[in-house]
Design a protein around this ligand. Structure first.
Ligand SMILES: *[C@@H]1O[C@H](CO)[C@@H](O)[C@H](O)[C@H]1NC(C)=O
Ligand SMILES: *[C@@H]1O[C@H](CO)[C@@H](O)[C@H](O)[C@H]1NC(C)=O
Ligand SMILES: *[C@@H]1O[C@H](CO)[C@@H](O)[C@H](O)[C@H]1NC(C)=O
Ligand SMILES: *[C@@H]1O[C@H](CO)[C@@H](O)[C@H](O)[C@H]1NC(C)=O
Length: 488
């Protein structure tokens, strides 16, 4: 049963991938010519605007119809509160995907008085991918007409408007934002689609010009740019690449089977489009877990982030992921990174760990496995695995360490150098060891910098041996790592 459903879901996913591949292989289909000449031509609108309710987030019970003013009252549209407009993406089945009611529900939980409108463009979204991709122009135009109508007819302030678009829906939101008479307050792009858009001009895709503030989550930007399901380049004021943006934790098949065994089949479709759809669930997380906000950090590359070198919050270098993002408009696009858990709540705590490896002989080793344990005022997180790509005598290395456990303020840490799992003769003959005096730690979430000292002045870290312990230094240490071997 479980396996059958999973395979069926996988089949869909393969269909999806295959369609994307043919989409990128064929030349871009010609855009269906719009018959709409003026924006006031409500007749041409094919998209539908369903005002969902908190009680029935799953059902289309009332449509707002541009040009028909009475529909606003009939649907109990609240003119004084915020409006969220949710735009779905390409669909294989021609039906709403299961995330739609989840997002609607989370929006109402966070903003009970708001209006959550779901744009239904399902008939155009279930075409051959390039055709649906081209339809984003018409969908964007429909949404723009709807928004202009709300503004002109009801003086609805566009400061209260937030568009959320997933995949192709992100580009439709961008086009809508570029067409409205007044600028929209905010557009959130949830893993905007890559194929046919990676190299497209800014006017035909989501871009920072489309709203006062555009924030983007990139969660499935894998492979060469023309094959990536999510767009790779930054397209907003803030572009966040969780876990590097390529692939999300918990989205490999083994993990999927484990989750099904644990939680049942309810979320199987979510597992199948797992990394792409993770963008939505990260946003939902930010709505539901107000007390567990995930922080993202600006960084030039994901490699630099992996070294723990980007955990700064100075000058807006860090920001909240999702709903409570600070609206920082950098001059250039700013790429931001963070790690997450594989399930909700996604928040983790980031640390930079910096170690200087002293030694009498010159040794260089690559891809060395370490275990770090963190002990804090509130809790502890043991045996966090860490691979250092290179270690070399008398050099300092920095690495990112992260844990889902909130340990409070860090009091003590241990470091263990593991043997590789593959037997190595050189390891058998030689015992590798480095001397370590201090470990420097910076906590991303608290921005606290701490120095930890060996209890014995110097610790001997030997490969394959027990962990060495570092405690909070009692005296203010020197800035240099050399010299100063005496400690009180
Ligand atoms: C409309 O929303 C406002 C808050 O924005 C709230 O105070 C008011 O009660 C809502 N009206 C209705 C009829 O729900
Ligand atoms: C590393 O530095 C220490 C002093 O800081 C020195 O004693 C040692 O010889 C150096 N090791 C090598 C291999 O150069
Ligand atoms: C270790 O290597 C450095 C250069 O990489 C060199 O300056 C130093 O003399 C070497 N030390 C020993 C003990 O071989
Ligand atoms: C720093 O180290 C130097 C020796 O390298 C020592 O003379 C000095 O007293 C130390 N300062 C502190 C504040 O420990």
């Amino acid at each position: 049963m479980a396996r059958g459903a999973l395979l069926a879901a996988l089949g869909l996913w393969i269909h999806y991938l295959a369609a994307l591949c043919t989409a990128t292989a064929t030349t871009q289909a010609t855009v269906p010519r719009s018959t709409i000449e003026t924006k006031r031509d409500f007749e041409g609108i094919q998209s539908k605007f369903s005002l969902r309710t908190a009680d029935e987030p799953d059902d289309d019970i009332c449509y707002l119809v541009p040009g028909q003013e009475d529909t606003m009252a009939r649907c109990n549209f609240n003119h004084t509160s915020k409006t969220f407009v949710v735009i779905h993406g390409w669909t294989v089945t021609g039906m709403y995907e299961s995330w739609v009611p989840k997002l609607v529900d989370a929006l109402y939980k966070r903003e009970p008085d708001s209006n959550v409108v779901v744009v239904d463009w399902l008939s155009r979204a279930q075409q051959h991918y390039p055709v649906s991709a081209a339809y984003t122009k018409l969908v964007g135009k429909d949404v723009a007409i709807f928004i202009d109508w709300m503004e002109e007819q009801f003086n609805y302030p566009l400061d209260n408007l937030h568009l959320l678009g997933y995949s192709l829906g992100a580009h439709a939101a961008g086009i809508a934002g570029s067409l409205t008479k007044t600028k929209i307050n905010r557009i959130t792009g949830l893993d905007p689609a890559g194929p046919n858009f990676e190299y497209a001009e800014a006017t035909t895709r989501l871009s920072p010009d489309d709203a006062d503030f555009v924030d983007v989550l990139h969660t499935y930007t894998r492979g060469s740019p023309d094959r990536s399901i999510g767009i790779q380049k930054p397209v907003g004021h803030i572009d966040i690449y969780p876990n590097g943006g390529g692939f999300q934790p918990g989205c490999n098949l083994g993990e999927a089977l484990r989750l099904i065994a644990e939680k049942g089949l309810a979320d199987v479709d979510q597992l199948v489009k797992c990394s792409h759809e993770r963008s939505i669930h990260l946003f939902i997380d930010s709505l539901l877990y107000e007390d567990k906000p995930s922080l993202a950090y600006r960084c030039n590359t994901k490699e630099t982030f992996e070294k723990g070198l980007c955990l700064s919050c100075r000058k807006n270098r860090c920001n909240n992921l999702g709903y409570t993002v600070n609206k920082v408009r950098a001059k250039r696009n700013s790429k931001m990174y963070l790690k997450t858990r594989s399930q909700m709540p996604y928040k983790v705590f980031h640390y930079q760990v910096k170690v200087h490896f002293f030694g009498k002989v010159n040794v260089t080793k690559t891809n060395q496995p370490f275990l770090v344990s963190l002990y804090g005022t509130a809790d502890e997180s043991k045996n966090i695995a860490l691979i250092l790509p290179e270690i070399s005598t008398n050099k300092t290395y920095s690495s990112l360490v992260y844990t889902e456990i909130n340990i409070g303020d860090l009091l003590m840490l241990t470091l263990q150098w593991e043997k590789e799992s593959i037997f190595s003769w050189s390891d058998w003959w030689t015992s590798y060891a480095f001397d370590i005096q201090r470990v420097r730690v910076k906590a991303g979430e608290t921005q606290k910098k701490m120095v930890f000292c060996s209890r014995d002045g110097i610790s001997h870290l030997t490969k394959g041996k027990e962990a060495v312990v570092f405690v909070k230094c009692t005296a203010k240490p020197n800035n240099t790592d050399t010299g100063d071997q005496s400690r009180p």
